[in-house]
Structures are given as structure tokens and as C-alpha cells.
Write a protein that binds this ligand. Structure first.
Ligand code: SF4
Length: 123
């Protein structure tokens, strides 16, 4: 259930993802932290499941999936409508422990829905 496997991906999303992949190949990753020090936080009120984060992340942190019913039910009405229009797609970070804090997902997200947060305290 990744962004790249979505059959309904629009041509705009495909060209955006192709540009992201080309930029990735042209520029080596600038990892700023060891895995597990930072993690991406996805704002469910902003995320539209466009999958740019999943394409931009070299470490497989993101998966695009359908928002569970109980989480969807707790959303404000306007957000529910937006989610419904996008098939309730949203980004999940099941693999957040692999994050290296490069920031690629933050700059790739067209909805500005991702920020990085420290997940462990510095020693
Ligand atoms: S900051 Fe980099 S490593 Fe971390 S989730 Fe975003 S793209 Fe992946």
C-alpha cells in the first residue's frame, strides 16, 4: 500500500514524483542524525495522502494508506470532506525509527503537513 502502487495516481502526481526521484538521484542524502533520534510528525488535518513523502524518503519511513474509521470520525467536518475527496488517504510513519532527519519529506510535502521532532533526548 505505497504511493507508487496507487493505480489512481494522477498525471500531476506522477510528474511531481518523477521530479522528486530525479532530484534524489542528483543529490546525495545529507543525513543529519543517527536513526531514531528524530521522527517525522504528520499533521492529519493537512495530509492529503499525495505520497510525495514516500517518494522523497530514502529510508522507507512512510506508507500511504486509508485513515482508520475511528480516526476519521474524530476529524473536524471540513477535514472529513477533504479526506473523503481524497479517498481517506493519509501518510503513516510505521518505520519512523529509520528517520535520519534529512528533511526531504518536509520540503517535498505540498501540504506542509510534516515536521520533524526529536524522539529521544540528547545525552
Ligand atoms: S527526514 Fe528524511 S529520513 Fe526522515 S522521514 Fe523525512 S525523508 Fe525520511
Amino acid at each position: 500500500m505505497t504511493a507508487s502502487s496507487s493505480p489512481a495516481k494522477s498525471s500531476r502526481a506522477r510528474s511531481r514524483h518523477a521530479r522528486l526521484l530525479a532530484a534524489q538521484k542528483a543529490k546525495p542524502p545529507r543525513c543529519k542524525a543517527e536513526p531514531g533520534v528524530f521522527k517525522p510528525i504528520v499533521d492529519p488535518l493537512r495530509c492529503e495522502g499525495k505520497g510525495d513523502c514516500a517518494v522523497a524518503c530514502r529510508f522507507g519511513v512512510f506508507e500511504i494508506g486509508r485513515m482508520p474509521g475511528e480516526q476519521f470520525a474524530a476529524m473536524p467536518l471540513l477535514v472529513k470532506f477533504k479526506l473523503w475527496a481524497h479517498g481517506r488517504k493519509t501518510a503513516f510513519t510505521f518505520n519512523a525509527h529509520a528517520c535520519r532527519a534529512c528533511g526531504s519529506c518536509v520540503s517535498a510535502c505540498p501540504e506542509h503537513a510534516i515536521k520533524l521532532a526529536r524522539s529521544v533526548k540528547p545525552q
